[in-house]
Design a binder for this molecule. Structure first.
Ligand SMILES: Cc1cc2nc3c(=O)[nH]c(=O)nc-3n(C[C@H](O)[C@H](O)[C@H](O)COP(=O)(O)OP(=O)(O)OC[C@H]3O[C@@H](n4cnc5c(N)ncnc54)[C@H](O)[C@@H]3O)c2cc1C
Length: 353
């Protein structure tokens, strides 16, 4: 059982900034995310796009913003459960919560902050009748640990950046990489398409187009896939493999959180924005893109603001009756929020003098 002060569901920009604000209040955070990496939409959808409305950054790439947020919160040593979806929540007699993921990992905390954005990103699955039987037995929709494929025979399906980039990467790791796409043209970046062509010419990637996997062969584990190719005349053949990885993109769904008894409006969680972004269940907060209230804007900076106010309320739940005095970080640094620091950092004293 993982124990923490604030359990954050969603490691997007809002969740990551919550770690920092909670850290100032000496509250520990653990984050759960369905994706294998932190950063939410910024990392998953548009890491290379510049953002122009982050205060004090005239321009910053979404991927770089994630790196900066991780750097900023690192000092408070957050821990992560990545690649797992928060599935159920159980309120305990003392008002605390146990959140269990789809892989059975349990987390215990007095406060839960849902920073789930548009919801957990669910993989788009191909329509192959027996695919469910092989999930986690050779079929993976997200690559969490590329080392898993070392010296293995891998078949990847898809035509976007993810399929191209992983084919390129795994060509150096796996014993054999086959990329299957139902069209001859790819949707990914031109340089990735060229790199795949180059690796095909060097016989490091087998490229099969226009084609699709129609059946998975195996008993307890994947042994091969049956491919239907429609080049000149239609033909079907088997490719021996240890892993089949369909990378058809991810679509966000509020998912299991929708069944937690929270008040939901238009696929978002209703919160008390006049006070602290708490939901209708005391102890459960919703911040960032996942919540709704009059005038809500789904912007990163709004998530940062909501996280800041929410942490103040979490402090009161975790330390009932304890008074704290809010101080500027310029005065208290990052470790003196509860008054433990005796004096201001030297640089600040100098500036005041
Ligand atoms: C193309 C694009 C461009 C954008 N440009 C801008 C811009 O210029 N400026 C701006 O301010 N905003 C922009 N946005 C919006 C911005 O990205 C979002 O406002 C921001 O990502 C919200 O952050 P968040 O942390 O609340 O949620 P998200 O970034 O969506 O992160 C939520 C995380 O929660 C996880 N999650 C959800 N449910 C579960 C669950 N049950 N279990 C485990 N994990 C779960 C998800 O996997 C996800 O990683 C843009 C968005 C897009 C798509």
């Amino acid at each position: 059982m993982i124990k923490t002060d604030i359990l954050i569901i969603g490691a997007g920009p809002t969740g990551l900034f919550t770690v920092f604000e909670a850290g100032l209040l000496k509250l520990k955070c653990h984050l759960i995310d369905a994706l294998p990496q932190p950063g939410g939409q910024c990392s998953e959808i548009y890491p290379k796009k510049p953002i122009y409305d982050i205060p004090a950054y005239p321009e910053i790439l979404a991927g770089d913003l994630t790196d900066k947020l991780l750097e900023q919160c690192k000092q408070f040593e957050p821990s992560f459960t990545l690649g797992e979806r928060a599935e159920t929540i159980d309120k305990q007699d003392d008002g605390s919560f146990i959140v269990t993921t789809n892989k059975g990992t349990q987390h215990h905390a007095p406060v839960v902050a849902i920073a789930g954005g548009l919801g957990s990103f669910e993989p788009r699955k191909p329509l192959i009748h027996n695919i469910a039987h092989f999930e986690d037995k050779g079929v993976e929709y997200i690559i969490k640990d590329p080392e898993m494929y070392r010296n293995k025979k891998v078949v990847i399906a898809g035509g976007g950046d993810s399929a191209l980039d992983w084919s390129i990467f795994l060509s150096d790791v796996a014993k054999e990489v086959t990329l299957i796409h139902r069209r001859n043209e790819f949707r990914g970046h031109l340089d990735s398409v060229e790199k795949v062509q180059d690796l095909k010419n060097k016989k490091k990637i087998n490229l099969v187009t226009p084609a699709e996997v129609i059946v998975i062969v195996g008993d307890e584990k994947v042994k091969a896939v049956v491919v239907k190719q429609a080049q000149h005349i239609e033909k079907e053949f088997e490719i021996e493999c240890d892993h089949f990885i369909p990378l058809f993109g991810l679509s966000p769904k509020l998912g299991p959180i929708a069944n937690w008894g929270l008040e939901i409006e238009k696929n978002a969680i209703v919160v008390n924005n006049a006070l602290d972004y708490q939901t209708n269940i005391p102890g459960i907060f919703a911040i960032g893109d996942v919540n709704t209230y009059p005038g809500k804007l789904k912007l990163i900076l709004c998530g940062f603001h909501e996280a800041t106010l929410m942490c103040q309320a979490a402090y009161q739940i975790i330390n009932p009756g304890k008074r704290y005095v809010m101080k500027y970080t310029t005065v208290a640094g990052v470790d003196g929020f509860d008054g433990t620091r005796k004096e201001a950092p030297k640089a600040v004293v100098k500036a005041i003098e």
